[in-house]
Design a protein around this ligand. Structure first.
Ligand code: GLN
Length: 303
């Protein structure tokens, strides 16, 4: 099987669904992105990278950053983060406040916004600077020392982020934040604003398919911790569409409203697909279709 051919076929096949759905429009920096873009990169554990389409165009990683913050917090804090966050699918939109209040300020999982705020808070309190810790991780693993947040996106997240600010205050009211609300929000807005390409993200997520081993061969997380992150990605990484995503794609995956999805085939490769138009749960429509085709064509599966 020639992976480059497979990717080209997938690109041709998903072309009709590229642009289907809506581009996130809650901030201008996302609303103005051309929905007709599509890119995909497959970073093999052997080191090769296969790409198609707009795989080298940078986009806003948004919630894909939640996998990196969770991985990092577990390196610094072992498994203690799980005292403050559950590991159940929420069945609710990623920015819902209702469940958080009903469940006494303990977020359902680390991949909805409430859970990610707790992870970022913990990372900030253990490292003293969550931003530098995350920047270092994504730069080193992607191989691009220039990877950074986009200050324009971070600023507009801040200016319009009333719901996430409400969520952070609700967490604080339940005593589930250690750092000041404003600091946690600033870190969170920055991590969402990270600008990376499919190629960079696929490479940066390689530790997820290498059982916790970094690109340079050193260990970041134990085999067990990495297994657990992948499991939570499978059950919660695509919000209230996680069941549908597991059914169609059958892989751990984490989406972001910038239109990217990072998916993992343990022991084999990490895949990143990007197309900005989103379905109703905030996952890229063409991205899910492409991953569905990819696992079907290659037969590569965790099942
Ligand atoms: N910045 C977005 C938010 O906080 C990230 C959500 C996402 O990508 N699903 O709402």
């Amino acid at each position: 099987m020639d992976l480059d051919d497979v990717l080209e076929e997938i690109r041709a096949e998903v072309a009709p669904s590229v642009g289907t759905g809506v581009v996130a429009d809650y901030i201008p920096g996302l609303a103005c992105v051309d929905p007709q873009q599509f890119g995909m990169a497959v970073a093999m554990n052997t080191g090769e990278v296969h790409v198609t389409g707009d795989a080298d165009t940078c986009f806003s990683v948004q919630s894909i950053s939640k996998v990196f913050s969770l991985g990092l917090v577990m390196t610094h804090d072992s498994n203690r983060i799980w005292e403050r966050i559950s590991r159940e699918p929420s069945g609710n939109p990623f920015n819902s406040l209702l469940q958080l209040d009903q469940e006494w300020g303990k977020p359902r999982n680390p991949f909805i916004n409430a859970g990610a705020l707790v992870v970022t808070d913990r990372l900030h309190s253990t490292t003293g600077d969550a931003r530098s810790a995350m920047r270092e991780l994504v730069r080193r693993e992607s191989g691009n020392p220039m990877v950074d947040g986009d200050p324009r996106i971070a600023q507009s997240e801040h200016d319009t982020g009333h719901r996430i600010a409400a969520m952070a205050h609700l967490l604080a009211s339940y005593d589930n934040l250690e750092c000041p609300v404003e600091e946690v929000l600033e870190q969170y807005f920055w991590q969402c604003s990270l600008a990376m390409s499919c190629r960079e993200l696929a490479l940066a997520g390689g530790w997820l398919s290498r059982h916790g081993v970094r690109a340079d061969g050193t260990r970041m997380l134990s085999l067990q911790q990495t297994k657990r992150i992948n499991a939570v990605m499978l059950t919660c990484g695509t919000y209230d569409a996680a069941g549908e995503f597991a059914y169609r794609v059958g892989l751990p995956g984490k989406s972001g409203v910038g239109g990217g999805i990072l998916a993992v085939i343990p022991d084999r490769c990490t895949i990143c697909v990007w197309s900005p138009a989103l379905g109703p749960s905030g996952n890229s429509t063409a991205g899910v279709a492409a991953l569905d085709l990819f696992t079907t064509r290659t037969g590569w599966s965790i099942f």
